[in-house]
Design a protein around this ligand. Structure first.
Ligand code: FMN
Length: 454
């Protein structure tokens, strides 16, 4: 299948006081009405004008309060401490737009399958088939405690449980046939009961028995997003994801990872063209290289050292205040990390040390800085050339653009880079349809097509 014109562009949003870049709230141009729907609606309109495929919200069920086992530093410094439920925000954005896709993160570890199935199916009806669910298994003990558990479950176990969770959610979404509803007032037949299946699921983790209460949705079912990066996480992503988010340091590593992902998707009997792999990026744009460099320096100066420490503690589920900066992690501590293992592995590799120190984690991971993701910085032409090279040489199918400040980073990108991408023929000028699946050129799924031979 030709991918010409089909680069996927997704905005990586946060329902909170800052973007992914914690220091962004200190940027003089960041707008501060993030507790109001207008803030999100403004961003949605900018993205729709730029023909973005989707606005997607990250989420975590706790603020970063693992550093020093206290919330004070995070709250004082505004380190991703406000986190609102993304679903009502998606509704607000959806009502302000017509074609922009809208995705939100919900956790398989802390919600129930019926709940998630119902929330996203309802949204997909309300927003005309534009909805996606980012499937995560969550990361840390603060989330566990907020949700009434004592500690966060072990890494691979979370994914085993999530596999069963997905079977339930998808069975519920597929339980009403498209033509089940008759609405025949003359005969009195509302819906054909033979076209509505009752779920009887008795598995290792879940016993769910009942009939789903939301009819099949405009796009068949919501699009599934996933971002597993560990071996187990990637297998899960290859099994279920339709848009897969990754973090990649350079184009060579991205190409190797892309090939590996597409092969594992094909090996599972899925069509690799129907799964899009998209790295997370930042982009700082100037009309000249000097202007871009100046803007970048201004943005980088917003980060505080405590941002990195708080955000590392959060994703690795480990209190970085419990060690001195130059103290190495023991083998046992490294092996016991339950959170984002990809960062641990990258730091071990990048530092060249079997037992990296706290300072190595801060430096190599770039957590809390804009080095957290690959950067495309410079003039619009240079950025568009680089993105085109990634896209055309099979390093990715598109990008997930995080903001350095809000909403300016998206305004700049839509005004300056999108036309360059369109001129190069890699990004579309118009939406292909009205549903998110149509716009991503993903076919409308047949019921139970996700059931593959074991
Ligand atoms: C672009 C991107 C977005 C992500 N969004 C979330 C999120 O909203 N919530 C969350 O708990 N984890 C999120 N993650 C983390 C992943 O779900 C996953 O846990 C992580 O990449 C580590 O992989 P692993 O679980 O296989 O170890 C995101 C990761 C990436 C790359």
């Amino acid at each position: 299948m030709s991918r010409r014109g089909e680069m996927a562009l997704i905005a990586f949003l946060q329902a909170q006081n800052c973007s992914n870049y914690a220091g962004s709230w200190r940027h003089p141009e960041t707008m501060q009405d993030y507790l109001k729907p207008q803030y999100y609606q403004r961003i949605a309109r900018i993205l729709e004008d730029g023909r973005f495929h989707m606005a997607f919200f990250d989420d975590r069920l706790a603020m970063p309060d693992i550093l020093g086992r206290d919330h004070a530093e995070a709250v004082r410094n505004g380190i991703r401490v406000v986190k609102m439920d993304p679903v009502s925000i998606l509704s607000a954005m959806g009502y302000a737009t017509e074609k922009l896709g809208l995705g939100a993160t919900y956790s398989t570890t802390y919600y129930e399958p019926f709940h998630i199935a119902r929330v996203f199916a309802t949204l997909d009806h309300m927003l005309g088939g534009r909805v996606a669910w980012n499937v995560v298994t969550s990361l840390n003990d603060s989330e566990a405690r907020n949700m009434g558990r004592s500690e966060h479950p072990e890494h691979d176990l979370r994914y085993d449980r999530a596999d069963e969770f997905m079977e339930i959610v998808l069975s519920l979404w597929d339980s009403w046939d498209d033509d089940a509803i008759k609405n025949d007032r003359e005969t009195g037949l509302f819906a054909d009961p033979t076209k509505v299946r009752r779920l009887k699921h008795h598995g290792r983790w879940y016993d769910v028995e009942g009939t789903f209460t939301v009819p099949r949705t405009p796009q068949g079912r919501p699009v599934l997003l996933q971002a597993g990066q560990s071996g187990r996480g990637k297998t899960f992503a290859a099994n279920w994801g339709e848009l897969i988010f990754i973090t990649q340091r350079n184009i060579e590593a991205a190409r190797a990872n892309y090939r590996e992902f597409k092969e594992s998707i094909a090996a599972l009997g899925r069509n690799p063209d129907e799964v899009k792999v998209c790295p997370a990026i930042y982009s700082i744009i100037g009309t000249s290289e000097d202007e871009a460099a100046e803007k970048k320096a201004q943005i980088e100066a917003l980060a505080k050292p405590v941002d990195g420490l708080a955000l590392l503690s959060e994703v690795l589920n480990y209190d970085f205040a419990s060690k001195a900066m130059d103290e190495p992690f023991t083998d046992e501590e490294l092996a016991g990390i339950k959170g984002l293992q990809g960062i641990r592995d990258r730091v071990v590799q990048g530092s060249g040390k079997k037992n990296p120190t706290v300072a190595d984690f801060v430096e190599v991971s770039g957590r809390g800085t804009i080095r957290d993701f690959t950067g495309f910085h410079g003039t619009p032409k240079k950025i568009a050339d680089e993105m085109t090279e990634w896209f055309e040489t099979d390093a990715c199918d598109g990008f997930v653009l995080a903001a350095t400040h809000m909403p300016g980073a998206y305004e700049d990108f839509v005004r300056l880079v999108v036309p360059e991408l369109q001129r190069r023929g890699v990004f579309r000028k118009e939406f292909a349809g009205t549903t998110l699946r149509e716009n991503l050129r993903l076919p409308r799924p047949r019921p139970f097509d996700w059931k593959r031979p074991a």
